[in-house]
Design a protein around this ligand. Sequence first.
Ligand SMILES: Cc1cc2nc3c(=O)[nH]c(=O)nc-3n(C[C@H](O)[C@H](O)[C@H](O)COP(=O)(O)O)c2cc1C
Length: 80
Amino acid sequence: MPKVIIIYDTVYGNTRIAAEAMADGVKETGLQVEVRHVKDVKPEDVTAADPIMMGSPTHAGALRSTKYGILRDSRRLEDM
Ligand SMILES: Cc1cc2nc3c(=O)[nH]c(=O)nc-3n(C[C@H](O)[C@H](O)[C@H](O)COP(=O)(O)O)c2cc1C
């Protein structure tokens, strides 16, 4: 069964709340889902998951976190 991963970054907590709400919706479909802060994600976690969902606050018009390099490290950007 596919395992969904929802990766988020947050400063004030709003994106975490949104990520958890999305996870509740995914669970209702019967799929397995894991919610992780981007700093707690390893490349192999991303490789093992399908699909990947991501959330980040916008800071100065861009993703807040440079930690989204996790996608590059897991080589999943090649799939997107
Ligand atoms: C330093 C800073 C820069 C921001 N820049 C933007 C921006 O360029 N565009 C935008 O729509 N919101 C911007 N925001 C608002 C945040 O994206 C918004 O508050 C976000 O929901 C916070 O998410 P969080 O609670 O998960 O940290 C900025 C907030 C901060 C603190």
